[in-house]
Design a protein around this ligand. Sequence first.
Ligand code: PLP
Length: 423
Amino acid sequence: MNHFQYVNGALFAEDVAIAAIAERVGTPFYCYSTATLTRHYTVFRDALAAAGLDATVCFACKANPNMAVIRTLAELGAGADVVSEGEMRQALAAGVPPGRIVFSGVGKTRHELELAVAKGILQINVESEPELELLSEIAAARGIRMPISLRVNPDVDAGTHAKITTGKKENKFGIEWTRAREVYARANALPGIDVVGVACHIGSQLTELEPFRDAFIRVRDLVAMLRADGVNIRRLDLGGGLGVPYDQEIPPEPKAYAEVIRATLGDLGCRIIVEPGRLLVGNAGILVSRIIYVKEGSTRTFVIVDAAMNDLMRPALYEAHHAIFPVTEPAAGAARIEVDVVGPVCETGDTFAKQRSLPPMRAGELLAFGTAGAYGAAMSSTYNTRPLVPEVMVKGAEFAVVRDRPSYEEMRALESLPAWFKS
Ligand SMILES: *Cc1c(COP(=O)(O)O)cnc(C)c1O
C-alpha cells in the first residue's frame, strides 16, 4: 500500500498534487511519501515484535541514502546498515545513533574500518579473514575489542535475479559456509575482536520464503556448533532482501517473514538485526517525467520521456519492471495502445518499457514510474552529462526539495583544465 493515488483525476502524493510539484521543481524528479515510509517501517517492526522477537531494524541505506529518508526512518527508531564511509557519514548526519549502525561490505578499507571503530558503531559484519586481521589490529591499537559478526555465505539459491543473488558460494560475499567454524575460532582468538554474532544476506527482491528458511536453518546449525565451541553468539543479523511488488509478483507479508525467523531462530535467545532496504522505501517513491515526443515508427510507437536510464537504471540493469501511469488519470474505459517508453540517452538499453499498454498520451503530459523509491536515485548517474534529478519529500499537504538539481556550473565545479591549455 502506498500514498500515491488519484484524487479527482489527478495523481497525488499524500495531499500534494504531483503536477504542482512538477510545476515548481521541473521534471524529471523523484517524489517520496513520508506516510508510506512510516507505514512500511511500522508494519515491518510490528510484525517482528508480534512474533516475540527482540529485533532491531537497520535500514539498508544503499537503497535510498537521501538524508530526509534516513531521518524519517531514524525518528521512527530505525538503525542503519551502511556499506561505505559515505553511507556511514550520511547515516550519522541524518541522526542515526552510532549504536544503531552496522557496517557491511566485502571491501572495507583500512580508513573505513578506523572510522567505524572511532565512531563506536554497533557492529561490523566482517566478510573475509584479511579484513578480520586488519580490524583486529586497528581496534587493538585503540585498546578496544570491536563487536563483529562474520557474514557467512549459506550457499542457498535466493531464486532472484542473478545480479542480486548474494548467498551462493560462487558469489563474492561472506565467508564460505564450510569454512565458517574455523574462521570463527580464529576471530575469537584475536585481541581486537569481540565476536557477537552471525550475519547473512542472501540476495534482494526475494519473493519466496523458502530461501530465507533454508538460510536461517543453516544459521541455526552454525550457532549451535559455535556455542559448543565456546563462541558467545548473541546477535543474528539476517540481512535484507524481502521483495516488493513491481508487477505481478506477490512477495511474502512481513508477518510471514517474521514467523519464519521465529520458527527457525526465535528460541536461541539472540537479539535479531534485520537490514531491509527495498521493502521500506521501494513503494514510497515514484519518478515523475514529462513526455518530450511521441514518435510513430512503422511498427511501434515510442513515447520519449525526459527521464532516462541514468535517472532510473533498474530496467537497463536488471530488465526490471516499473508500473507506468499517467499523472492525469485516464477516463474509465479509455482506449489503450502498446507503446515503448524510452529515454533520450544514446543507448538502446535506455528503454523503460516495451510494448506497454497505456492510454494514448501526448507530448507535454506527465507520467510516473511506480515503486522507484529503492535503487532509483541511489543508482543514478550523470551519464550523457545529465544533472542528477531532484528529490522531493512529501508529508501530508507539505513538500520539500530534499536534494536539489545541480546547475551545470556545479556539475563542472570539480573539473579543471590542465595548465598547458593557455587560457
Ligand atoms: C543490499 C543489502 C541489503 C538490503 O537489501 P534489500 O533487498 O534492499 O532489502 C541488506 N544487507 C546487505 C548486506 C546488503 O548488501
